[in-house]
Design a protein around this ligand. Structure first.
Ligand SMILES: *[C@@H]1O[C@H](CO)[C@@H](O)[C@H](O)[C@H]1NC(C)=O
Ligand SMILES: *[C@@H]1O[C@H](CO)[C@@H](O)[C@H](O)[C@H]1NC(C)=O
Ligand SMILES: *[C@@H]1O[C@H](CO)[C@@H](O)[C@H](O)[C@H]1NC(C)=O
Length: 248
């Protein structure tokens, strides 16, 4: 099974990887595997709504991220990099373990782009969750969705020896926009601010910041998405080749 939002990203053609540049901005990818009960149900308020019709048709209505810091040792053996969990209409939880794989691996189910600034008005998660900073000046829904992610659950980094994670102190899954794939958001170790790695592609997920419209945050270069069609084709082929709907 795939993240519901992944299908959204693929179908809207937003995934774009060909622009990998400096290592500290490295893209990365996760493979997903359906696993047994990890025994770490997030609180109800931590779940985002599923938006992909194909998943809704199968009664998958909500999903949340589970960082490894919330997993028991026993569950960590099954899900060493954390998991996503889906809730069905009858409140059954279905766990999807995630594991880091090379971005060009055929097992790369969820691919995240280079780092981009996130909520530039804030330097820490706490400034946002405390209400001191609103990421968007006028979109209260976006602000609430960001707070949901940062409250549930921000987690210390664990695999700190690998780029790009070596520069990050803690992280959380955020779905700031229900129509997009989503993003992992990170607090930088050096205290200079927050960054996101989004599974939407670099130009499509910049958060509105006060008075700033910046579509070149990632590279400052011309659109790096020339090969997006080729990649999108690969994504669709992977989706079609994966009989995940038969596993449910
Ligand atoms: C989990 O594993 C870590 C490292 O191996 C160990 O230090 C810790 O005591 C274990 N926790 C439990 C509850 O067994
Ligand atoms: C609840 O939903 C899951 C997944 O759709 C299904 O496997 C399970 O049998 C259902 N349980 C009940 C009690 O209906
Ligand atoms: C953030 O937004 C809320 C709701 O619109 C508002 O009440 C609050 O004053 C804002 N906070 C700041 C620091 O602007």
């Amino acid at each position: 099974m795939r993240l519901p939002t992944f299908t959204v990203a693929a179908s809207s053609g937003l995934i774009c990887l060909a622009y990998a540049k400096a290592s500290e901005d490295s893209p990365y990818a996760y493979h997903e595997t359906t696993v047994n009960n990890l025994g770490a149900p997030p609180a109800d308020e931590c779940f985002y709504d599923v938006t992909v019709p194909a998943l809704l048709d199968m009664d998958y209505v909500k999903y949340a991220w589970i960082p490894l810091s919330k997993l028991s040792n026993e569950s960590l053996a099954i899900a060493p990099h954390g998991a996503f969990v889906y809730k069905t209409t009858n409140d059954t939880l279905v766990y999807e373990a995630i594991s880091l794989v090379p971005v060009d691996s055929p097992e790369a189910d969820l691919v995240f782009g280079v780092s981009e600034p996130f909520c530039t008005a804030a330097k820490t998660f706490d400034e946002i969750t405390s209400g001191e900073v609103n990421c968007s000046s006028d979109d209260e829904v976006t602000n609430e969705r960001i707070r949901t992610g940062l409250n549930c659950w921000a987690s210390p980094m664990s695999y700190q020896t690998e780029e790009p994670f070596v520069n990050y102190k803690k992280f959380a899954w955020v779905s700031a926009d229900a129509s997009k794939c989503g993003e992992f958001v990170y607090e930088l170790k050096d205290g200079t601010g927050l960054v996101q790695h989004s599974c939407d592609g670099p130009d499509t997920n910049a958060l509105p910041t006060d008075g700033v419209t910046d579509s070149t945050t990632a590279t400052g270069a011309p659109s790096p998405c020339q090969t997006v069609k080729e990649h999108q084709l690969r994504v669709v082929q992977r989706l079609l080749a994966q009989p995940w709907h038969l596993l449910l």
